[in-house]
Ligand binder design. Structure first.
Ligand code: G6P
Length: 467
C-alpha cells in the first residue's frame, strides 16, 4: 500500500469485492452477528491501514425482508462496510455458477467444468447474464456512495464486468481492478465463451493489477491475441487510451499474527496441542476445502511417505485444517467426499500453533497467504515450509521454502522426509525469509527484493505517476 502511495492519501477509497470482510448470521428479526470471512482476499486487505476506506460487498447471506436489510446495513456501517443484497437465484447463477463453476476452475487451469459438460454449455448464457446483472448491482451501490474524487478499487474474478459499468456511468471515476487468482495463459483463457466482453470491460479500468509478473504477462498476451491490441511496457493500448497493467504482490499484516501469539488464549491452545502431540513432529495444512488446494494429493503424498519410511510411523502427525467453502458448488462437494474416503478424521486447530513443517500443495493458487502466515508465526522456531511451485507465493518465498510439484507425490513424500530430518543449521538457511520479516519488513517488500523483474513489464514509477 505504501508502494502505491495510498497510505495517508486524501481521497477516499471504495473497496468493492464480492465478499465483505465480515459475514453475517441472523440471530433474530433485526439481530445480526458478524464474524470475519475466510479467504486470501480478506487476509490481504485487512492489512490496509491509515486510509479512509469503505468496503462494498455481499454479506454471504440472503436477506429477503426490509427489516432485516435495514438492521444489517446498520450493523455493517459500524465496520465501515456497505452491503450488496443478492437474492438466492442470483447467488445460484452468478456466484455458484459463473464465478465458481466456470471462472474459478478455468483461471486455475482446471479447464471449463468437466462434469455435466453439456448442461454447463447450455446454461452458460444465462449464467453470464446473471454475472453481468450482479456486477451491475454492485455498481448501483457504488453510485449511491460515490463522492467525486473517490478511488474505486474493484477486486477479483467476480467483478470483471464492474469497470465497464462504472465507466459507463461516469468516465471520470478512478477505477482499479485487482485479480487475486492466477490469470491463466491466453491458450486457456481463450476457451472462455465470454472472453471478449470480459477483457474489454477490465480494460475500462485505469489500472489493472496482478499478484505476479507472469499473470500480468498472460493478461497482456490475451489482450494482444484475442483483441488484437498492442501491449506496451506500461500496459495495453486501445485507440490511444492506455490501461496500465502491473504486478503488485500482496503480503499480510505479519504483526497481527505475531501479536496473536502473545494472547493468553492462544498460548493456552499451543500448550494443549504441544502436550497432545508430545514426542511427535507435527505437519500442518491450512486450506479452504477447495479442489485447487491439492488436499487429496497432500494426503496421498503423506501416505507414501509413511509407507516408505516406516521408522516415522507414530512419530509424525499431519494436521489438516479444512475450512468449508462454496458448499453448493459441485466440485467443492465432491472434494469433501474424496477426503472422507482418504482420512479417518480432520481436526480443526488454531493457525497460530507452531508445527515443525507446513505443507502447501495447491495445484494452482493466486498467491497463498497461508504460507506467509505460517512464516510470520515462526519467531525463533524456524519451521520448514514445503510449498507448491504453482502458488504465486513460490515466486517470493521460493528461496526460503522447499518447492514441490504437488502432482508428483513421490517428490512430495521425499520432501516431507527431508523437511522432518533437517538439522537446525539447514532450517536456518532454508527459512531465510523469516528473518526478513523479523527485521520488521513486510512480505511484499521482501518480494520486491528477491524476485526477478522482467524488463518488458510496467515500471513502478509509471504506477506512482498515475496515482
Ligand atoms: C479466494 C478468492 C476470494 C474469495 C476467497 C473466499 O481467495 O480469490 O475472492 O473471497 O477465495 O471464497 P468465497 O467464495 O468464500 O468468498
Amino acid at each position: 500500500f505504501r508502494r502505491l502511495g495510498l497510505r495517508g492519501m486524501k481521497q477516499r477509497l471504495l473497496v468493492v469485492a464480492n465478499r465483505l470482510p465480515v459475514s453475517a448470521n441472523r440471530r433474530g428479526e433485526d439481530q445480526w452477528s458478524l464474524e470475519i470471512s475466510a479467504g486470501g482476499l480478506v487476509s490481504a486487505l485487512l492489512g490496509v491501514k491509515d486510509v479512509d476506506a469503505k468496503w462494498i460487498g455481499w454479506a454471504g447471506v440472503n436477506v429477503p425482508d426490509e427489516v432485516g436489510q435495514r438492521a444489517l446495513t446498520k450493523a455493517l456501517a459500524e465496520k465501515r462496510c456497505i452491503p450488496v443484497f443478492l437474492d438466492e437465484e442470483i447467488v445460484h447463477q452468478y456466484y455458484n455458477g459463473y464465478c465458481n463453476n466456470i471462472l474459478w476452475p478455468l483461471f486455475h487451469y482446471l479447464g471449463l467444468p468437466q462434469e455435466d459438460r453439456l448442461a454447463t454449455t447450455r446454461n452458460f448464457e444465462s449464467q453470464f447474464d446473471a454475472y453481468k446483472r450482479a456486477n451491475q448491482m454492485f455498481a448501483d451501490v457504488v453510485y449511491q456512495h460515490y463522492q467525486e474524487g473517490d478511488v474505486i478499487w474493484c477486486h477479483d474474478y467476480h467483478l470483471m464486468f464492474l469497470p465497464k459499468c462504472l465507466k459507463d456511468h461516469d468516465i471520470n471515476m478512478k477505477v482499479g481492478w485487482f485479480l487475486h487468482t492466477p490469470f491463466p495463459s491466453s491458450e486457456i483463457y481463450r476457451t472462455l465463451p465470454s472472453r471478449l466482453e470480459l477483457l474489454r470491460s477490465v480494460l475500462c479500468a485505469d489500472l489493472v493489477g496482478f499478484h505476479t509478473y507472469d499473470y500480468a504477462r498472460h493478461f497482456v498476451s490475451a489482450c494482444t491475441r484475442i483483441l488484437g491490441l498492442e501491449g506496451t511496457p506500461e500496459g495495453v493500448e486501445d485507440q490511444g487510451r492506455l490501461t496500465r497493467v502491473a504486478a503488485f504482490p500482496i503480503g499480510i499484516d505479519s504483526d497481527r499474527f505475531k501479536r496473536a501469539l502473545e494472547l493468553s488464549a492462544v498460548k493456552r491452545h499451543i500448550n494443549e496441542l504441544t502436550h497432545r502431540f508430545a514426542g511427535r513432529k507435527v505437519m500442518l495444512g491450512v486450506d479452504r476445502l477447495d479442489m485447487i488446494k491439492g488436499i487429496p494429493q497432500k494426503i496421498l503424498a503423506f501416505e507414501k511417505f509413511l509407507e516408505e519410511n516406516p521408522d516415522w510411523n507414530d512419530k509424525v502427525v499431519l494436521l489438516q485444517i479444512a475450512v468449508p467453502t462454496r458448499t453448493d458448488v459441485p466440485e467443492c462437494k465432491s472434494i469433501l467426499f474424496v477426503l472422507r474416503l482418504l482420512c479417518t478424521y480432520l481436526i480443526r486447530i488454531s493457525k497460530a500453533y507452531k508445527p515443525n513443517v507446513a505443507l502447501v500443495t495447491s495445484l494452482r493458487d493466486g498467491m497463498n497467504l497461508v504460507s506467509y502466515e505460517y512464516v510470520a508465526c515462526q519467531g525463533s522456531k524456524k519451521g520448514v515450509l514445503i510449498l507448491s511451485e504453482f502458488a504465486g507465493a513460490a515466486q517470493s518465498l521460493g528461496a526460503g521454502a522447499i518447492l514441490v510439484n504437488p502432482w508428483n507425490i513421490t517428490e512430495v513424500a521425499e520432501s516431507i522426509r527431508h523437511a522432518l530430518e533437517m538439522n537446525s543449521d539447514e532450517r536456518e538457511k532454508d527459512t531465510g525469509i523469516t528473518m526478513l520479516i523479523e527485521l520488521n519488513d513486510t512480505v511484499a517488500e521482501a518480494q520486491m527484493r528477491t524476485r526477478q523483474v522482467p524488463p518488458s513489464l510496467p515500471s513502478q514509477t509509471a504506477i506512482q505517476q498515475y496515482l
